[in-house]
Design a protein around this ligand. Sequence first.
Ligand code: NAD
Length: 525
Amino acid sequence: MESATQPEATTATATDGLSAADSEPQTFAVHRPVDGSVIETVAIAAPADVAEAVAGVRAAQPAWDAIGFAGRRRWLESLRDWILANQDRIDELMQQETGKVRADAGLEAFYCIDAINFWCDQGPKFLADEVITPHSALLRSKRHKVIFRPYGVVGIISPWNFPVILSLGDALPALMAGNAVVIKPSELTPLTLMEIVRGWREDVGAPDVLALVNGMGETGGALVDEVDYLQFTGSERTGKVVMKRAADTLTPVSLELGGKDPLIVTRDADLERAANATAFGGLLNTGQICISIERVYVEEPVYDEFIAKLKGKVEELRQGTDDVPYTAEVGAMTSPAQVEIVSDQVEDARAAGARILTGGKRKEGPGDWYEPTLIADADHSMKVMREETFGPVIPVMKVRDIEEAVALANDSPYGLGSSVFAGDAEEGERIARRIEAGHCNVNDVLVNYNVLGLPMGGWKNSGIGVRHGAQGIRRFCHTEALTIPRTPQAKSEPIWFPYTPRKRGFIRRLYTFINARGLRKRLGR
Ligand code: NAD
């Protein structure tokens, strides 16, 4: 059994006398995080392969655009039915490459089937022609519209924590808008998506408008160079590299990056619900969600009681690998490198005087495991309150009052999401309106992600652009402004050449009359 490490490129053995580098593609191994064993070795797409993949879907895109929403809907609904028919197999493969527990693995198919229905129903409405009534009466002799036209080929670069939601999930609106799509999944977790793309092509028999290229940074960079729009989900560091590269071709990007989401508990909150929600929001998917609860601020009068409740909830969780029936809540971590980051942050907090109430260490044995961890008495001098953790760790800090909680919640370079638990919804909303983040769930966690009509994106270093909602599909389109005459046209217009004192004088008087306020001023007196 090989040990689990970040995939390293290796060159397959040459058999024809040429050097290996000349004859065989480079490959990388995909591991099972639960024990580090290798599942499969995957070929890396060189830049020329990426160009070929993009050219292939580009050739099919005009016909895809031409079949219209109804035609595209039929293919996407066939994909939905294929996912439903193959869900167990998809969930199993997902578990193998991510180390998720079965319930978490199943979320990916749930999201996709729901999202296909959402984009099929709402996409045509979001992209319907927008009729514009001109602000000036002078321009009302024409019809004015905004129309939305697909970019062509959309590239998607995705991370390992939700390998299908964060790749296919973005491909769905791009496809519905009439684009072709090429995805570069994370090198840690490409297998489930490879199977879905195979299903689209071979089992569903859908048009050649969805392709996948495998590899690391070089492959991702080549994709940025080739496509007409690039959707990136991943770390802030790589997001900046991608944006700089996209500047060379002026390719528009949207970036969904890291987070450090705060959760505030007021003295009047329902502490039982708040503790359940914090455990779920902090530890779902082993804490590896961009919108995981990563820091908790609790008002002093209820701090001890909240901590005691939360400790009980976290201690009850079962960590392991399971199947149907569902027997575990917390799985392995998907990335070995992330285990190091989590471990470093917990040790930094421990050294700075925080109390580790449960967990706080790796699990013995092979694989990438870190115990569900609750940290009390954290503060902003600690990495675990300032840097993205992306693991099964919940740090909690005591605050004097709401003012301090809001100030600390906003004291972050990130602004992805947030939650507030308050005594009543109105107080919760008042606090939510002061948080600097792309979303705030009042008396709830993570729920906004399932409301596909709501825009989902980050402020500050958490990203640029949004997925979901009208903007979530319009971002994959050029806008084109149309002006169309209502009536037969004269041979010339008063503002066209030639300029004469008579015409210019008339136009000046007309503009003054329309735009000045008060009769005397309108008449130029
Ligand atoms: P990452 O930045 O390391 O990698 C993301 C993707 O970028 C991978 O496919 C990777 O191969 C590719 N890549 C790496 N170097 C590249 C380069 N030079 N050019 C082009 N592509 C390149 O991120 P990760 O470790 O896979 O994912 C974890 C991060 O993703 C966390 O920071 C998390 O918060 C973030 N994330 C954000 C969201 C969101 O919606 N905002 C969702 C999930 C994860």
